[in-house]
Design a protein around this ligand. Sequence first.
Ligand code: PGD
Length: 826
Amino acid sequence: MRKIDQKRRGVLKLAVLFAAVPFVDVVSNRTNLLAATVSRFSTTLVTNGEVLTAAHWGMLKLTIKDVKIVKSEPYQKTSDIFNSLQYYTQDLVYAKDRIKYPMVRKSYLENPNSSKPELRGKDEWVRVSYEEAIKLIAGELKKTREDRGAEGIFAGSYGWKSSGNMHNSRVLLHRFMNTIGGFTGSLGDYSTGAAQVIMPHVLGTIEVYEQQTSWPVVLESSKVVVIWGANLMRTLKISWTSTDEQGFKYLQELKKSNKQIICIDPEKNETCTYLDAKWVPITPGTDVALMMGMAYHLLKTDNYDKVFLDEYTEGFDEFKEYLLGKKDKVAKDTKWASKICGIDEATIKELALLMYNNRTMIMAGWGIQRAQYGEQTHWMIVTLASMLGQIGLAGGGFGFSYHYSNGGVPTAKGGKIGGITSTITSTQNTGGSSWLEKTAKFSFPVARIADALLNPGKVIEHNGSKITYPDIDFVYWVGGNPMVHHQDTNTLVKALRKPKTIVVNEIFWTPTARMADIVMPVTTSYERDDITMSGDYSNLNIIPMKQAVERQNEAKDDYDIFCDLAKEFGVLKDYSQNKTALEWIEEFYLSAYNQVENIGLNIPKFKEFWEANKPVTFEVPQENAEFVRYADYREDPILEPLGTPSGKIEIFSKVIENMNYDDCKGHPTWFEPDEWLGMKNKDAEFALITSHPDHRLHSQLNNTSLREKYAVANREPIFINKKDAKSKGIKDGDLVRVYNKRGEILAGAVLTDKLKRGVVRVDEGAWYDPLERGKIGTICLNGNVNVLTKDIPTSKLANGNSSNTALVNIEKYTKKAKDISIFKQP
Ligand code: PGD
């Protein structure tokens, strides 16, 4: 194996890329907490100069002029790949649609007991004082708690919030709710809803959020790289903490390598184009059928690793029976597969043999499991990879996180900062996958929210157990935008009419804030102190996120709001531990400081770090650069068993089989989705894919001037194959009505030959802008794709979301369209 240049081994250094920042004309920062004690020292604002900060989209250098942000740019570059998200901080801070003051829906303010919930989304708003808003929230929360207990309060509050281990709004909300007696929360997430539940049965680990075989190993050892339903060029622009952009660097090296790169995808996406890879266009939702065709061919031609299957897997024989069609009389051969997935038999066979005969890394994305029966995709990838027999070998096997948060970037040796915790007794670091922590008293799968609100008392199956939906009457949402992120918006509007009270802490007048009864104005992360690390897997940098500008209008930090609510409940001391945000931040830093000291290295003391305006950067030890996932298991399956019942990779799972579900059997299975291109009696013509956007983080940044670079006819773009568009009389730039039985949206046409015929793409994340506010079924003027998607669970096993299982019709929109108004004050 190639050795990585490690000249800087064992030495920690402060990054010196950032020149000294002139902290002149300093304005003192007010500590806005009504209740917590004052910090020992406080941040001073820069009047003119530069401030380092961080967002999900990377480390940013902000230029401040007269105490205002005038410029935002990347702090450093790692490759030639452009990250469009990094230039719009000032648009966010000074956005026209900032929530300026606490606001209450008129009918709710008049009488919370009879508040006309059908007016949510269209009622007038009334400005109230901050103190009045706090009292109103606390009073109604107390009433619901007395009437219904913790079960009646939903604070699952899913969302990507902002970076920062202190102002982690969802955790702050959970901490508050736990301090006053608990709440109903949610299980899992929208990203990997299906895979994260099935993988523990198959591999004994969640797998999707684990470190990958390191990129240097892939570059050294893989001959073939198969990118299966992933678009790294887009998704590596962001990270759960803050992207270190090291993945871009490796992508650039992959481009320069002479490896054979294949992209299996309905679209020749940016990554496929950048890497000049071979594009294998596939019908959406049929990857399992393709993999089964490949598996069948390997089996029939005796090109599969029997030794690996015997030693490291469980239940291949049961799967083999199914593959050969012993029971259902359907052989999953290449002819069968080709008919379903739209890829010719020769290509299927060629792919299978290429992957068997060469060291192959399968880099799979998550969009393919965000579909009905999504559990099957990743299970089948593991099964196919087991037949190839390269799991645990350098550059072989599979990786489910190369496209996310820079998975595969070697982990640095240093310390991890702490983070605010969701209970006052826990001390765990909530920086990483904090949203997966089970902190609530009662929970249901996150994407069942509309179903749960609409059907209290309903019992659902979930991963071998039964869950009863609680009767929710109070919803508190922070740091998320369900009116954009949840499937089937019209059903969600109906569901959000059920609870008595909805409170939202938000920065902007998002579609979700507009559906609330009480809205609390929140600071952006540039108006408060915080701290984060970059690189969720690499742990490369600790970044100070010092307040850059004054809080705008009456915006408060979520921490302030929850401290003041905690005061109303008499639990402020427990909640805040009498600490200001900066004191917490210092403590989080100290946690890393101590870890670093324990391994004989050193980093600056907190004050020095905080005032230096530079990240602390850690070194990567050589052994981490050589990491091969599952090498230990391969080396010694007896001493290093997997966490499955058999200790092996479970191609057949007795546990799942015993659940007796009709939509998830004991081995990978092809299930025909409710809506797909190959179905009989289709009631719509095109398969809809809803990828993650290139120029947003979900819905974040849709309200900035970056939108002007991609909006078409001032709407979200719809990408249509040129021939399909011609058959519908649609031209580039036309306004298009996209519709199905669930709803309709307007979108702007972009014609392309990079999409498989019969497929259209509208990215998720455009803000819902209904023609008639608050009305169910009205057209969305801005093109929120979830108006069209299906709100069904992936299966009874995982209950993940099925956002890529939908058919739509398209037509040129010839009427005069109303202009969008969602990015203005309501
Ligand atoms: P964001 O746009 O990031 O989307 O859904 P998510 O709700 O996470 O929303 C975050 C919100 O938090 C923004 O409105 C932002 O203003 C607010 N916010 C930011 N910082 C703070 C803060 O400090 N305090 C408070 N109170 N608020 C803050 C994303 C979800 O969408 C995800 S993760 C996935 S993977 C799904 N993907 C798809 C998909 O592929 N296809 C479809 N059709 N639908 C999807 N939905 C899901």
